[in-house]
Design a protein around this ligand. Structure first.
Ligand SMILES: CC(C)(COP(=O)(O)OP(=O)(O)OC[C@H]1O[C@@H](n2cnc3c(N)ncnc32)[C@H](O)[C@@H]1OP(=O)(O)O)[C@@H](O)C(=O)NCCC(=O)NCCS
Length: 95
C-alpha cells in the first residue's frame, strides 16, 4: 500500500488537487515533496498549465516550499444554515 494518496481532477488545462495526504507515520520524510514533484512533472507532460489546491492552513509552509503561491484569504463555504468560515485557503502554481 502506498504511503500517500493524491487525487485530482482536470478542468480545461488546470489540475485541481482534491485530496493529498501522506500517512501520519510517513510524514516529514520527503514523501510529500517527491509525490508532488512527480505530479507536477506528470501535469507538464499532459500540457496542464496550472495546478490549484484548497489547503488546510496548517500546511501552507509545505506548499510555499513547493513554490506554490498561497492566497491567505480564508475560504467561506456555504452550508444550509449559513456561511461558515473554514480553515482553508487556496494555493496555486503556474507550470
Ligand atoms: C502536508 C503533507 C502532504 C507534506 O508531506 P510530507 O511527506 O510530510 O512532507 P515532506 O517531508 O516532503 O516535506 C517536509 C515539509 O512539509 C511540511 N510538513 C511536513 N509534515 C507536516 C505536518 N504534519 N503538518 C504541517 N506541515 C508539515 C513542513 O513544512 C516540512 O518542511 P521542513 O522540512 O522545512 O520542516 C503531509 O504532511 C500531510 O499529509 N499532512 C497532513 C494532512 C494534511 O493536512 N494534508 C493536506 C490536506 S489539503
Amino acid at each position: 500500500m502506498s504511503d500517500y494518496k493524491l487525487e485530482y481532477k482536470i478542468e480545461n488545462d488546470i489540475a485541481k488537487i482534491t485530496f493529498f495526504y501522506v500517512k501520519h507515520n510517513s510524514q516529514n520524510k520527503g514523501i510529500g515533496t517527491e509525490a508532488l514533484n512527480k505530479f507536477i512533472d506528470d501535469c507538464k507532460q499532459k500540457g496542464i498549465r496550472r495546478i490549484e489546491a484548497t489547503i488546510d492552513k496548517n500546511v501552507i509552509q509545505f506548499y510555499k516550499k513547493m513554490d506554490f503561491t498561497v492566497d491567505n484569504t480564508p475560504i467561506y463555504e456555504t452550508v444550509p444554515y449559513g456561511n461558515y468560515l473554514q480553515d482553508y485557503v487556496k494555493a496555486f502554481i503556474n507550470i
